[in-house]
Design a protein around this ligand. Structure first.
Ligand code: PLP
Length: 366
């Protein structure tokens, strides 16, 4: 048996008539850039998250960059974020003119360790970017309490956590703004690059929308950038959005099945979910100090696994200028050699899950 890490084609087959019709409609109407499909998606996504505005853009990375420009980041401004994320979270801080300040993760949830955030705050700190990594919300109560106390803004990076909740409140509704990626493999994915930001702030939404579209249509009130959601991607997202809750439930069911089948293996740590959090399992990440051997064992059995991510951000060459050492971020540093993401997607079959679990069990029993 072969088990891919994700199977986007399997999902396409479940909604093929709707997708094909949506694509044909965009081509018939020539509504390639902006247009009614984009407007419909912005409204539907804002409603789904429970915020006033969604400003769509070209990808989830641009969304973070655009919001930070909108918040008026100035050279030397410091932004605190997690040591364990995809580089979009931090490259955009630098590109928007700020300084990246890393914080270690907590050992249970892989998200920013809220107990350490205050020790990173200086007079130059302006904001915090918590990342709901792998689909599990950060402790947003603690993040928001710190932000209020020190008058900092919060941008939630929700790229991996569509529909996840903290204490019953949907992520993306806590901070000043939140950003989403609709990259094909994300929990809600287009068939190309796509992204968006959400906020309840009328002025911020207006500024971001203008900035992302060359600083204004007709009248350029400033120099902007070109970051647009195209009509085909918007039409595809409009077809997929009504299925998102069902797909999220399916991801949770896959995770529950793995939890059941992989329980009690010495040397293996399964994902932990902190109290009051609804995990949406963008990724199912296990930990073992025999990670590389397990990855090879599964690969030999036809099972694809991924490292999300091979290194914690401070230890990539891109951040060597900060001069960090492993002991600065002991949890993120240890995780980089222990984590392994198992195949998870809504359409994975129970036979595939059982096969993966049996191979993992065989590895630990040998
Ligand atoms: C995917 C991702 C992004 C960026 O999204 P793109 O659409 O690929 O630009 C940002 N942050 C995190 C945590 C992500 O996983």
């Amino acid at each position: 048996m072969k088990v891919p890490f994700v199977d986007l084609h399997a999902q396409y087959l479940t909604i093929k008539p709707e997708i094909d019709a949506a694509i044909a409609a965009v081509i018939t109407e020539s509504s390639y850039i902006r247009g009614p499909h984009m407007e419909a998606f912005e409204q539907a996504w804002a409603k789904t998250v429970g915020v006033k505005h969604c400003v769509s853009c070209a990808n989830g990375t641009d969304a973070i960059y655009i919001v930070m420009r909108g918040l008026g980041l100035k050279p030397g401004d410091e932004v605190i974020t997690t040591a364990h994320s995809w580089i979009s979270t931090t490259e955009t801080i630098t590109q928007a003119g700020g300084k990246v300040v890393f914080c270690d993760t907590d050992d249970e949830t892989f998200t920013i360790d809220v107990a350490q955030i205050e020790s990173k705050i200086t007079p130059r700190t302006v904001g915090i970017i918590p990342v709901h990594l792998y689909g599990q919300p950060c402790n947003m109560e603690a993040v928001m309490a710190i932000a209020r106390k020190h008058k900092l803004w919060v941008i939630e990076d929700c790229a991996q956590a569509h529909l996840a909740c903290f204490k019953g409140q949907q992520i993306g509704t806590f901070g000043k703004a939140a950003t989403f990626s609709f990259y094909p493999g994300k929990n809600l994915g287009a068939y190309g690059d796509a992204g968006g930001l959400v906020t309840n702030d009328d002025q911020l939404a207006d500024w971001c929308s203008t900035y992302a579209r060359h600083g204004g249509k007709g009248e350029h009130i400033m120099e902007g950038i070109n970051s647009r959601l195209d009509g085909l991607q918007a039409a595809i997202l409009n077809v997929k959005l009504p299925h998102l809750r069902k797909w999220t439930e399916a991801r949770r069911a896959v995770a529950a099945r793995y939890n059941e089948l992989l329980a009690g293996l010495p040397g293996l740590r399964l994902p932990q979910v902190a109290a009051d959090r609804d995990h949406v399992y963008h990724l199912y990440v296990i930990r073992t100090d025999r990670r590389d051997a397990l990855k090879k064992h599964l690969g030999d059995a036809g099972i694809s696994t991924v490292l999300n991510y091979p290194k914690a951000l401070p230890f990539y060459p891109a951040y060597s200028y900060l001069g960090h050492k492993p002991e600065d971020f002991p949890v993120a540093y240890a995780n980089q050699s222990h984590i392994l993401s198992l195949p998870i997607y809504p359409e994975i079959t129970d036979a595939m899950i059982s096969y993966v679990a049996s191979k993992v069990r065989a590895f630990f029993k040998a």
